[in-house]
Write a protein of this length. Structure first.
Length: 266
C-alpha cells in the first residue's frame, strides 16, 4: 500500500562503511524491531538509520523508543519511511508519532512520504487479483500517481549519505495519476493477458479484509484510504523524487514492462 504497509524495505539501520550487517533473518547481527533486546547490538557503531514501521498494528511507541535509543547510541542521521497524507492526518494516525519522534530527535532527519507503491501489483496485496485476472477494489475511476519502490529506495539511500537532505520532507509520487482501470490495462498490455479492475463497495472490501484476518480497525483504515482515491482526493502529483534525485520519477509503464519481462506475473 502507500508508505510502510507494503514491505519493500525492512525496518533497520545502516551507515556508510559499517562493518556489520543487521537483519531480522540474516546478517551477522540479528535485528528485530519487535524485540528491543536486539536493538543495542544492531545500533553499535551506526551513524545513520533508515527506519520503517512494517506493521500498522504495532505498538504506537516502538518507533519513538527506537529513535531515542538510536540517537543515544550515536546515530546522527535518521531517515523515516512514512506515508502520503500523514502530514494532514490527526494524531491517531499510526505514523504520526514516528514522524514527530524523528523530527524532534535533535539530529539530522529526512522523512519520505510515498504514495501507493507500484509494486503492490506484483509483490503486495493486489498480486492475487492480477494473477486471477480481476482486481476488485473500492476505487472506482479515481486516479492516483503510483510510485515505483525503486525510486523510494534511491531517495532513501541518498538521504542516508548526503547532508543536503537534512530537514526535508519528500512527498514521493509517480509522474502522473492513473486509475486502477488504466493500471490494469497497462499490465494487460505488458503481459499479453486480460486483466480488469472491478469497483467494489467499501463495506464489502472491509468484510473481505476481516475475513483474511486483518483487524477490523486496520481494515477500515486501509479501505478508507482507497476510498479517498475513488473520491478524487488522491490524484495530486508531487516533485519529491525530482527534488531529491534531480530526475523525474519512473512512470508506471516502465514499471509494468520491467516487471512483466522479469516474469513476476507469469
Amino acid at each position: 500500500m502507500a508508505g510502510s504497509a507494503s514491505a519493500r524495505c525492512q525496518a533497520g539501520s545502516a551507515a556508510p562503511g559499517l562493518a556489520h550487517h543487521a537483519s531480522r533473518t540474516s546478517g551477522d547481527v540479528r535485528f528485530d524491531l519487535g524485540n528491543p533486546t536486539t536493538w543495542a547490538p544492531a545500533l553499535d557503531g551506526v551513524t545513520a538509520a533508515y527506519i520503517v514501521e512494517p506493521s500498522l498494528q504495532a505498538s504506537a511507541d516502538r518507533i519513538p523508543r527506537f529513535v531515542a535509543e538510536a540517537v543515544a547510541a550515536g546515530a546522527r542521521r535518521l531517515v523515516l519511511l512514512s506515508a502520503g497524507g500523514v502530514g494532514e492526518a490527526d494524531d491517531s494516525h499510526p505514523l504520526k508519532a514516528p514522524e514527530q519522534a524523528v523530527r524532534g530527535s535533535g539530529v539530522d532527519w529526512t522523512i519520505l512520504r510515498p504514495d501507493w507503491f507500484s509494486q503492490n501489483f506484483s509483490e503486495g496485496p493486489w498480486l492475487p487479483g492480477i494473477l486471477d485476472g480481476t482486481l476488485s477494489l473500492p476505487t472506482g475511476d479515481g486516479r492516483t500517481p503510483f510510485i515505483d519502490a525503486e525510486d523510494i529506495a534511491e531517495v532513501a539511500a541518498s538521504a542516508l549519505t548526503d547532508d543536503r537532505h537534512s530537514g526535508q520532507i519528500y512527498q514521493l509520487t509517480g509522474p502522473r495519476a492513473i486509475s486502477f482501470g488504466e493500471a490494469a490495462d497497462l499490465i494487460s498490455k505488458a503481459t499479453g493477458r486480460t486483466i480488469r479492475h472491478v469497483d467494489l463497495a467499501p463495506e464489502v472490501h472491509v468484510e473481505r479484509q476481516v475475513a483474511n484476518d486483518v483487524p477490523p480497525d486496520i481494515a477500515r483504515l486501509l479501505t478508507g484510504i482507497l476510498v479517498t482515491i475513488r473520491d478524487g482526493l488522491a490524484a495530486e502529483t508531487a516533485d519529491g523524487v525530482e527534488r531529491a534525485l534531480g530526475r523525474p520519477a519512473r512512470p508506471f509503464e516502465a514499471y509494468a514492462a520491467e516487471t512483466a519481462a522479469a516474469g513476476h506475473w507469469n
